[in-house]
Write a protein that binds this ligand. Structure first.
Ligand SMILES: NC(=O)c1ccc[n+]([C@@H]2O[C@H](COP(=O)([O-])OP(=O)(O)OC[C@H]3O[C@@H](n4cnc5c(N)ncnc54)[C@H](O)[C@@H]3O)[C@@H](O)[C@H]2O)c1
Length: 441
């Protein structure tokens, strides 16, 4: 074997005996490649290759900026290393995209073969009331959505119209346990929102808010995803400032029956900001005010769902206290629009997302009577503990920085919710019948 190799080598390379400087012709270095090209039609292949390349670059010019930030809609172009860039660099690169909400590649041209893809987004609590409407919007926008939900208050029915869609996945998972997913954005909604549900197991509510939020922030840090926390107007407690601005620090009872929720969300906000400051995670915080709409839990004790279900069942509307406590009511599509603008925008927040239209409980009862049953009776009951007296968002910050404000009035939104409730109550009598445990929340 060894002799064979030596023999072949001596065939191509002249031995030291035959070496002569005269035998090397000066033009040999030019003619040899030409001879090589002319042999076996190699030249033809070269011309064909040049022609194809010219055609591609003429017809489909590439974008001048192959770098695309993590929150661009073109995830196929994103190198993994982007997540390790300093946050200022990420913001610089991505701000152009984010400024135009939902905007895309500035040239509008995508290289051939790179299909336009949506983002990969996790929605924790996505089988719940707000989450399922958010999922609808994200899927409609062309994103791939993974819903993570333990179905404590959420229902598969809220998202089952997406089953079979390759852009949709549903994972039964409790956020207090860690989870690893490759995603671009995390909308963190998982948490029972109504007093009936969050008081049911207060320790679990705290765990969901604290450990669950820690886990999702850890995931965001690990995969370089942007994280949005759905906090609540409850962080203002029983407010001493009216209407409530984001700069107000609140008046919260730390040892009351609502504290598992209020203080849990306040801690979740703290964690969110600490991950931002300490680990450079891109975060967003929304403080959501009372929201209503189709797919709300029918018997969750929140005042709008309570009144609507009672009026439909021909039961008296239960008003707690004197009925003069106020709330603002936001239709769910307005909230979803606000959440998406916040996620895509450049501002961390917190932002109040709510409808500033203020109603007393008695005024709300009147709107429900007008919409469903003018003869519905009102029944007064003693007020629940720690029920805030006033709640009304100041949304100037969201108006100015997100260009957002609610569009749907209570009189327009309520009938949409009523038809959903009517269908669920009279089409499915298994929905619970206990509507007694209510508050103004
Ligand atoms: N709807 C409102 O008026 C309102 C107001 C303020 C804040 N918020 C916040 O918005 C978010 C969504 O509220 P909603 O009204 O849709 O409530 P919801 O109860 O309908 O939805 C919450 C979802 O989270 C899921 N969930 C709860 N604990 C979980 C856990 N440990 N692991 C995984 N999933 C879990 C539930 O099963 C449910 O699908 C909540 O974080 C809530 O605090 C809502």
């Amino acid at each position: 074997m060894g002799s064979e190799l030596i023999y072949r080598g001596s065939e191509t390379q002249p031995s030291s005996h035959s070496y002569s400087p005269k035998s090397v012709k000066p033009w040999a270095s030019v003619t040899r490649p030409i001879h090589y090209l002319l042999r076996e039609q190699r030249l033809l292949f070269v011309f064909v290759g040049i022609a194809i390349a010219t055609l591609i670059f003429t017809v489909f010019p590439t974008s001048p900026a192959p770098y695309v930030a993590p929150h661009s809609r073109f995830t196929t172009l994103i190198p993994d290393s982007i997540t390790y860039f300093p946050i200022e660099t990420q913001q610089k690169f991505s701000s152009a995209h984010r400024l135009g909400f939902g905007s895309t590649n500035p040239t509008g041209k995508i290289p051939l073969g790179l299909k336009r893809k949506g983002l990969r987004i996790v929605v924790t609590g996505g089988a719940g009331f707000v989450g399922s409407h958010l999922v609808d919007r994200l899927i409609a926008r062309g994103d791939s959505v993974i819903v993570v939900d333990n179905f404590f208050t959420g229902r598969k029915q809220n998202v089952m119209h997406h089953f079979g869609n390759p852009n949709f996945e549903l994972i039964r998972h409790d956020v207090v346990e860690p989870l690893l997913l490759e995603v671009d954005q995390i909308y963190h909604l998982a948490c029972p929102a109504s007093p009936v549900h969050y008081k049911f197991n207060p320790v679990k509510t705290i765990k969901t808010n604290v450990v669950g939020t820690l886990n999702m922030l850890g995931l965001a840090k690990r995969v370089g995803a942007r994280f949005l926390l759905t906090s609540t107007s409850e962080v203002y407690g029983d407010p001493l400032q009216h209407p409530q601005k984001e700069t107000y620090w609140g008046n919260v009872n730390p040892i009351g029956v609502r504290s598992c929720y209020d203080e849990g969300k306040r801690t979740a906000e703290t964690l969110t900001m600490d991950y931002h400051r300490g680990a450079g995670v891109e975060v967003r915080i929304a403080r959501i005010f009372n929201t209503y709409g189709p797919r709300m839990c029918i018997d969750d004790g929140r005042v709008v769902s309570n009144f609507v279900a009672q009026a439909l069942r021909k039961e008296p509307l239960t008003v707690y206290g004197d009925g003069k406590q106020t709330r603002s009511f936001q239709y769910v599509s307005d909230l979803v629009e606000g959440l998406m603008r916040l996620m895509e925008g450049e501002h961390i927040g917190p932002f109040n997302l709510g409808n500033p239209g203020e109603f007393t409980m008695l005024e709300l009862a009147e709107v429900v009577q007008e919409t469903i049953d003018p003869n519905a009776k009102i029944e007064f009951r003693p007020n629940t503990e720690d029920d805030p007296h006033k709640r009304k968002p100041d949304i100037s910050r969201a108006k100015e920085l997100l260009g957002w404000e609610p569009k749907v009035s209570l009189r327009k939104g309520l009938p949409l919710m009523v038809s959903d409730f009517r269908q669920r109550i009279f089409g499915d009598h298994k929905e619970g019948s206990n509507t007694n445990n209510a508050s103004s929340s």
